[in-house]
Write a protein that binds this ligand. Structure first.
Ligand code: ZN
Length: 176
């Protein structure tokens, strides 16, 4: 499922809204700051984000020409997000709820433009930087079947080899 590209969400139905609110609950329960539909077994272009629990990694937000408080967007529900890189790639630490207790430095653009559908079916357009930009890129990858292990360099992946092999075995054993 994690490798499946999500289908576009055409309309924000009550079912989608319910799914998004369940995802936010699950994410909070596991102390995550982002969760993609693929991670709960639904291959659709829907992700939820809330960066407020992380206070030591700043974010920036610009809506139109105006600077805005990133917290004002939280919790954030994005559907069919399209991203435009706006700055050079830079390294930053990342983890993933689908890879418990693993983290690595991942290189991604520090600032991105975001165009997406919001929870009510409206168009959401903004640019962001810092942690928020990183989380949105990580989650948008999920929606396209891409995982953060795909973006790790050889060394980072080597450091996690044992943990990854163990997770792979556990996952295989849990399959029906
Ligand atoms: Zn993830």
């Amino acid at each position: 499922m994690l490798r499946e590209k999500g289908a576009r969400v055409e309309t924000a139905t009550p079912e989608i809204e319910m799914l998004a609110s369940n995802m936010l609950e699950t994410m909070t329960e596991y102390s995550g700051i982002g969760l993609a539909a693929q991670q709960i077994g639904e291959a659709i272009q829907l992700t939820v984000i809330d960066i407020r629990p992380i206070e030591d990694r700043p974010s920036t937000l610009k809506i139109g020409d105006k600077e805005a408080d990133p917290d004002s967007l939280m919790p954030l529900v994005l559907m069919n997000p399209e991203l435009t890189p706006l700055s050079d790639p830079e390294p930053g630490g990342e983890g993933c709820l689908s890879f418990p207790e693993m983290s690595a430095e991942i290189v991604r653009p520090g600032r991105v433009g975001v165009k997406a559908m919001d929870a009510e079916g409206g168009l959401l357009e903004f640019t962001c930087g810092g942690l928020l930009a990183r989380v949105i890129q990580h989650e948008t990858d999920h929606l396209n079947g891409i995982l953060f292990i795909d973006r790790m360099d050889r060394e980072a992946k080597g450091d996690l080899r044992e943990q990854l092999d163990l997770l792979h075995k556990k996952t295989q054993a849990a399959l029906p």
